[in-house]
Design a protein around this ligand. Structure first.
Ligand SMILES: Cc1cc2nc3c(=O)[nH]c(=O)nc-3n(C[C@H](O)[C@H](O)[C@H](O)COP(=O)(O)O)c2cc1C
Length: 428
């Protein structure tokens, strides 16, 4: 008899969960509302701490961005951004507020994790990452997913915290080769990860593969490599495949071959709880396969998948590192700032930057439409309404479909009457 995800449970930290992680999506695309739904339904939800001071200003009327901008206003005309530092106490405060408010609202049997990207180097990579990690633990986060980077020093950054051994910690890797050095360093502190997320080449966001060779890899093979590596080393750590798991049956295939849960994201981008603007959700729903590109415009140095219609592509906006500056490396450099200044020297007036994008501005404004490769299949997960638009879903409908569907079927959401959907579209 064919199985559903609900026939399996993830064992983590002595508890059992529905084996579905909703992946972290920055900046505030995987909102607290989305993460809370996953937790309420017994799974694992993720918030993301990308640009957390900005997220806090939006949600809690704090003033972190303006404060930083005011402090460094004098530097706006300078190419050298090394003086523009984050105030660590303020950063920690924003993180505690964001995580604390989310955790206070948690209901149900699931858990909420935070996605912490190492590549957000913030002009002082070690200190800012440490401030984010410690503050998340202070505020009661259930788990931390270390992402976008090798994180060789991250476990050590957490070691003095009283919750070092009780908070759940996971790492995202794209190969067994990347996992090895992480485990070696973690073993030094006798703090192996509680789970390992293995992200394949079809995922959304940044990719751990080359822009020209990602097609040569497939998630099943990489997951098997990681499972083999762990068993050869007698390590029993749950493995969570991510990237392209589109149906409950895709998930079951992984669960039957040794994975402990799956991580999914793209299907949740078209839910009411997702943080993307409603218009952007409709672009995702209308996307066709030819619209999806993988390019190198991210100044992090990692390839990224996105819709080719993303309005942020080639935009030559002036960088605003004084207010933001999340991608500045430890010497105050960002590949976008360099590319922008190069174009500025060549042209006067409005400029266009083709090879890099300002992640801080474009992600904050939801103008780079990153997505998993299966975004073009989203239209098969919902109804097309009389007005030609697709119906958005509730996170619960997507979660339950992953949990209970069988034989690669997808249960469509309850059909809204066309009047109420027109009203909700007009209100957007
Ligand atoms: C819109 C979007 C934004 C994402 N942002 C991040 C991120 O900020 N950090 C991260 O580690 N992964 C990010 N991801 C990757 C997801 O967390 C997840 O691992 C992956 O997309 C799962 O594959 P799927 O989208 O095919 O289900 C993002 C994915 C999407 C679709």
């Amino acid at each position: 008899m064919s199985k559903a995800v609900d026939d399996f449970r993830l064992k983590l930290g002595g508890e059992e969960y529905v084996p579905i992680f909703v992946g972290g999506m920055g900046v505030d695309i995987s909102t607290a509302e989305l993460a809370l739904e996953a937790a309420r339904l017994g799974g694992i939800g993720h918030i993301s701490d990308a640009m957390v001071p900005t997220v806090s200003d939006r949600r809690f009327q704090t003033n972190y961005v303006q404060e930083k901008q005011k402090k460094y206003k004098f530097n706006i005309g300078s190419i050298d951004k090394s003086v523009v530092q984050f105030d660590l106490e303020r950063l920690a405060e924003a993180q505690r507020l964001f995580v604390g408010r989310t955790m206070d609202a948690k209901k149900g049997d699931g858990v909420i994790f935070i996605n912490c990207m190492e590549k957000l180097t913030m002009n002082s990579s070690r200190d800012t990452l440490q401030a984010r990690l410690l503050a998340a633990m202070d505020a009661g986060i259930d788990g931390i997913t270390l992402s976008a980077g090798l994180h060789l020093g991250s476990i050590e950054l957490m070691k003095e915290h009283p919750r070092f051994r009780d908070v759940l910690v996971g790492v995202i890797v794209s190969s067994a080769r990347a996992l090895r050095p992480f485990l070696k360093r973690a073993a030094k502190f006798k703090r192996l990860p509680d789970y390992i997320t293995v992200e394949g080449p079809l995922a959304g966001g940044h990719l751990g593969f080359g822009v020209d060779d990602w097609q040569e890899y497939d998630l099943k093979t990489i997951v098997q490599d990681v499972l083999n590596f762990l068993s050869e080393n007698e390590l029993d750590i749950p493995v969570i495949p991510a990237g392209g798991v589109f149906t409950g049956t895709d998930a079951v295939e992984f669960l039957e071959s040794g994975a402990s849960a799956v991580q999914v994201a793209t299907r949740f981008t078209v839910t009411n709880e997702c943080g993307l603007p409603e218009k952007t959700k409709h672009h995702y729903l209308e996307a066709v396969e030819e619209d999806i590109i993988v390019n190198t415009i991210s100044p992090t140095g990692y390839p990224m998948r996105m819709l080719s219609q993303s309005p942020g592509i080639a935009d030559g906006i002036r960088p605003n590192c004084e207010a933001f500056g999340y991608i500045l490396d430890n010497s105050g450099h960002c590949q976008y700032v360099d590319a922008y200044n190069r174009e500025l020297e060549k042209n006067e007036g409005k400029i266009s930057v083709l090879d890099k994008t300002c992640l801080c501005t474009q992600f904050r404004k939801f103008r780079i439409w990153t997505c998993g490769h299966n975004v073009y299949r989203l239209k098969d997960t919902t109804h097309k309404l009389e007005n030609g638009k697709y119906q958005l879903l509730r996170a619960e409908e997507v979660f339950r479909d992953y949990q209970f569907s069988k034989d690669h079927t997808i249960k469509l959401p309850d059909l809204k009457t066309s009047v109420s959907s027109e009203v909700s579209l007009a209100a957007a």
